[in-house]
Design a protein around this ligand. Sequence first.
Ligand SMILES: [Zn+2]
Length: 428
Amino acid sequence: MASERDRTTGFYHQTLETLSPVGREKFLSEELRKIVIHACQNAPAIQKKFASVGLKPGDVRSVKDLEKLPITHKHELASLQKEDPPFGGFLGVPMQRLKRICMSPGPIYEPEDTESKNDRWTQAFFAAGFRKGDIGQVTFSYHLVPPAFWFEDALHRLGCIATPGGVGNTEQQVKMMHDLHVTGYIGTPSFLMAVAKKALEFGYDPRKDLALEVGFVSGEMLPESLRSELEETFGMVIRQGYGTADVGCMGFECYHKNGMHFPYNCIVEIVDPETGKQLGPGETGEIVTTVFDEAYPMIRFGTGDLSYYTDEPCACGRTSGRLVKILGRLDQVTKVKGMFIHPANVDEVAARFKEIKDCQVVVTREGHVDQMTFKVVLSEGITPSDDLAKQIESAIPQSMRVRGKVEFIERKSLPEKYSKIDDQRKWE
Ligand SMILES: [Zn+2]
């Protein structure tokens, strides 16, 4: 019973989602100036952060100026809050103005403002294809942590109805989806898979007996193969978003699913983890975010996640940059010839060649120069050749921005369990 809603085009906030680069810079810098003044007046932790580098609020006037400020890392928040409970000095409004306080592992407490203008998840839901009148089943946890509440808010802002499924209770959840003709799914990809299984057990045809048309998933990796399997099973469109409990939404896919657009109302920097300087398109670094949230004004919040972005135009018409891919955690990176490489980069190279069965990158140092060797185990029936080595060698810099040499090896020369990057450099 497919509805006639157009889920593939349009914007939640057309003007702000389609700004020119100059217009966006102007908009973001204005918002930044406002939140910096507010935060420095009201949040002692931000005051301290400015004072630690001898800056005044007026010194941070543009996105580029953010580089002057230190990054507050996610892993520091728990101890900062412990020292100065409950919010570590980051609360920017009187306590009475809060509507909700959640708790994430750490513990870290996250305050939420009654007067919040934060519609970043709403942009994400619109881009995913949610429209007024949808019934969206929220299958994230309603206990302690914030996402389920955020996603309900996003549904309400779009004029949708929420069904609070929460975690587990798959039978009741499938029944609810069936009986209420739920059109939207909000949850993890793996729970949607569980829904499909349970529906089949009930004798339902997921395409005909359930009304799901649109899904927003988060919290887990979404391999393309899993996405297509789920989309096929339910006859629905599934898009994903990226965020953390501390700062909320930082990226979301549109219908064209070619990376995750930055919401119009936050600043996402990709930053060199060693220098804190902003990196350009295609360069891998830490995702660092500044949000314009008066209650919890995180300014230069370091997620510890690694990614790179593109500013190529997107067919949807949104003009913001896009996170191409979340590569993994910062603590897994290795620096080679000045570039950060991550196990996910190694997998990316391997994925381009069906001839590659296993591989490992070995980093060594010869005469004060880093050397990268790509050890390749070939699939059955493939014989090593110079030609193949050359092809792989030319693919390596595309994913890793560093050149490397290919060496073909037997599987048995690698241990049973091995790490994707073996850093053998000695620094004494
Ligand atoms: Zn797009």
